[in-house]
Design a protein around this ligand. Structure first.
Ligand SMILES: [Zn+2]
Length: 215
């Protein structure tokens, strides 16, 4: 199924937290979801990659598919946030170090824009599986590419409870050349705390929640 990319702009002016959490959970029962954080020239941008239906085009869909429903969820529960379709998100030659990683410890923390800010350039793709009614309800894995400056990748991940996987260099070459970053093809169980952090809309649009009014 084709992956479609959306850039998240704007600020959350009104947060309907209950509606957001219910809709978000419902979405995950049907589809996996990738969040992408890109850091370039000291600027951080946030993207979402969603699976489209067979009728989807980059600019929309004729039907109410899960991708369109997710866009509607953002419009109705995170008002002020704007989704803009993005066709390409090519990697940069400066992203020289890459790994795939999964949460290792139960206290693994969410890898977010603050984590990525340890390097001047980088790209973090976090892929969350569908939510299932099993002892392992949701899994998550990341593909991380960063510039040559900043701390050692493996150690930085370990500090937050994540484990880098050894196959990364082989798997990531094709991923690096794709127009739309493909999902991270790895995953391990996410703890309840980690999943709760992911469901917080602050994770999607982090720096702009200061003026938020909850309703
Ligand atoms: Zn569609």
């Amino acid at each position: 199924m084709a992956q479609f990319l959306w850039r998240l702009d704007g600020a959350i002016e009104q947060l309907h937290r209950d509606g957001w959490q219910q809709g978000f959970t419902l979405h995950l029962l049907f589809q996996s979801l990738s969040t992408i954080i890109v850091r370039r020239d000291d600027q951080t941008r946030h993207y979402l990659a969603l699976e489209g239906c067979p009728m989807c085009r980059p600019d929309g869909c004729d039907r109410m598919c899960h991708r369109m429903l997710f866009a509607q969820l953002i419009r109705t529960t995170l008002s002020g946030v704007v989704l803009t379709p993005a066709v390409r998100l090519p990697s940069r030659a400066t992203e020289t170090r890459q790994v795939l990683a999964v949460p290792q410890r139960n206290d693994a923390q969410l890898l977010d824009a603050t984590f990525l800010a340890q390097w001047t350039e980088g790209r973090l793709v976090s892929t969350w599986s569908r939510l299932r009614a099993t002892p392992q309800p949701i899994t998550v894995g990341v593909r991380l590419a960063v510039s040559a400056d900043g701390p050692d990748l493996v150690r930085a991940l370990r500090t937050l409870g994540w484990r880098a996987l050894p196959l990364a260099s082989l798997l990531s070459r094709r991923a690096q050349q794709a127009d739309v970053p493909p999902p991270a093809a790895v995953g391990a169980r996410a703890s309840e705390t980690l999943f709760a952090a992911f469901r917080d809309p602050q994770h999607l649009v982090p720096s702009q929640l200061l003026a938020t009014e909850e309703v």
